[in-house]
Ligand binder design. Structure first.
Ligand code: PGA
Length: 256
């Protein structure tokens, strides 16, 4: 049984003050849903403040990106060691990073390796663009992103026996567009492409234990449709994660 997982990707929203307010309001509702692994991913600047508010709760904290080097002359970058002091998770390879900041399968892979060494749980994002989808290249693109992004990852489990990383299938055309994939369309890729690609990299029990999320215009009203599918282990939520009622509803829906 894979534990349901819901992460909120705040993107470039919320000052420290705004983050404190939203998290204070969110904690009671989220904590009430013990069956779900919940993670908030605010901007770097709010991590410290949010960490303090999440202390003693069962809600995890994640960053949205990091650099692959441990330290060095990389102006503006943040290392895995810096994150490990503050949080437990890190989103890697989000399509917005691939699209606007030159992220490639190779840099995603370097980051995944370093994050795992540092004890962070990467949430590795994969997904095809609209153009790739329309050209019938979804399986090829997503399978490549999984195989290259996770190349050389020795184990699918961390030292406590939990899955050491999570995958988020996020079709780029569904992100921030209000046009979510259908649940069955997401299952086609998750069960038909991603899980088989994991089976090439890991042995069967390990490949089966890895959580695969859906992301792309998930909201309070459509979340339950996705979670009704046993192949969808949770969601990576953008826009709706900044809305108290919606995000709480999504987390509740994941406790199936
Ligand atoms: P969205 O974003 O929920 O706003 O579509 C999802 C994501 O980018 O992770």
């Amino acid at each position: 049984m894979r534990k349901p997982f819901v992460a909120g990707n705040w993107k470039m929203f919320k000052t420290v003050g705004e983050a404190r307010q939203l998290v204070s309001e969110m904690v009671p509702g989220l904590q009430a849903v013990a069956e779900v692994e919940k993670v908030l991913c605010p901007p770097f600047t709010a991590l410290l403040a949010v960490a303090a508010l999440l202390e003693g709760t069962d809600i995890g904290l994640g960053a949205q990106n990091m650099h692959w080097e441990l330290s060095g002359a990389y102006t503006g970058e943040i290392s895995s060691a810096m994150l490990a002091e503050l949080c437990q998770y890190v989103i890697l390879g989000h399509s917005e990073r691939r699209m606007y900041f030159g992220e490639t399968d190779e840099t995603v892979n370097r980051k995944v390796q370093v994050a795992l060494k540092q004890g962070l749980t990467p949430i590795v994002c994969v997904g095809e663009t609209l153009q790739e989808n329309e050209a019938g290249q979804t399986a090829e693109v997503v399978s490549r992103q999984v195989r290259k992004g996770l190349a050389g990852v020795a184990s699918a489990f961390d030292s406590s026996g939990n899955s050491s990383f999570v995958i988020a299938y996020e079709p780029v055309w569904a992100i921030g567009t209000g046009r979510a994939a259908t649940a069955s369309g997401a299952v086609d890729v998750i069960a038909g492409v991603i899980r088989p690609a994991l089976s090439v990299l890991f042995d069967r029990p390990a490949a089966q234990a890895i959580r695969i999320l859906y992301g792309g215009s998930v909201n309070g009203s459509n979340a339950a449709e996705f979670f009704a599918e046993s192949e969808i282990d949770g969601a990576l939520v953008g826009g709706a994660c900044l809305k108290l009622a919606d995000f709480t509803q999504i987390v509740r829906a994941a406790a199936r």
